[in-house]
Design a protein around this ligand. Structure first.
Ligand code: GAR
Length: 192
């Protein structure tokens, strides 16, 4: 998994992976900075690594991440609040093996500040999506979505909290389906 911060989606996936019936396990966590999510992973006994982009530049940082994921036999790379755009090189190396969770009903509201923009644009429905990562920002095939109705007196903060609760249900469900489909294809378990 690749993270940059709080790690609440990471936590939801770790919990889901504990179920005996889970077709995936969380085997390794990479952060691009000091991140609270690393503490969550360490508590769960999952190895973590910080790869600071500033020191080495994007190309070297991605090569390092690619090498470490390979060493851990990772099969699916899950982004959860990872605040970097992956290069075409990395995306090609992991074609259809990188998933991301985004806090909007894609293709609406790509990019940042989705909850504030949903309110400013008067959206009646909002939610979150899990999609395959491609070279284009928040644009790959959508694998699953969860929706809610925007309330009349909703603030960006309340909307964010309600969507985040949906994210924690959606990501484990979609990853289980996706990893399950890989197990069917290869007979191996999906390590993320
Ligand atoms: C989540 O809301 C996720 O959807 C969002 O960052 C947050 C990370 O929270 N991702 C994006 O905005 C990606 N474009 P977390 O660290 O608690 O999982």
């Amino acid at each position: 998994m690749l993270i940059s911060g709080r790690g609440s989606n990471l936590h939801a996936l770790i919990e889901a992976a504990r179920k005996p019936s889970s077709p995936f396990s969380i085997v390794f966590v990479v952060a691009d900075r000091e991140a609270h999510g690393c503490q969550i992973a360490e508590k769960a006994g999952i190895p973590t690594q910080i790869v600071a982009y500033e020191k080495r530049g994007k190309k070297e940082a991605e090569q390092e991440i690619d090498r470490m994921l390979g060493e851990r036999a990772v099969e699916i790379v899950c982004l959860a609040g990872f605040k970097r755009l992956l290069s075409p090189w990395f995306v090609e190396r992991w074609r259809r093996r990188i998933l991301n969770i985004h806090p909007s009903l894609l293709p609406q509201l790509r990019g940042l500040a989705t909850h504030r923009r949903a309110l400013a644009e008067g959206h009646r429905q909002h939610g979150c999506s899990v999609h395959i990562v491609t070279e284009k920002l928040d644009a790959g095939e959508i694998l699953g979505q969860e929706k809610l109705s925007v309330k009349k007196d909703e603030s960006p903060e309340s909307l964010e909290a309600r969507v985040l609760a949906l994210e924690h249900q959606l990501y484990p469900r979609v990853l289980a389906d996706y990893a399950g489909s890989l197990v069917c294809g290869t007979g191996r378990e999906g390590g993320a």
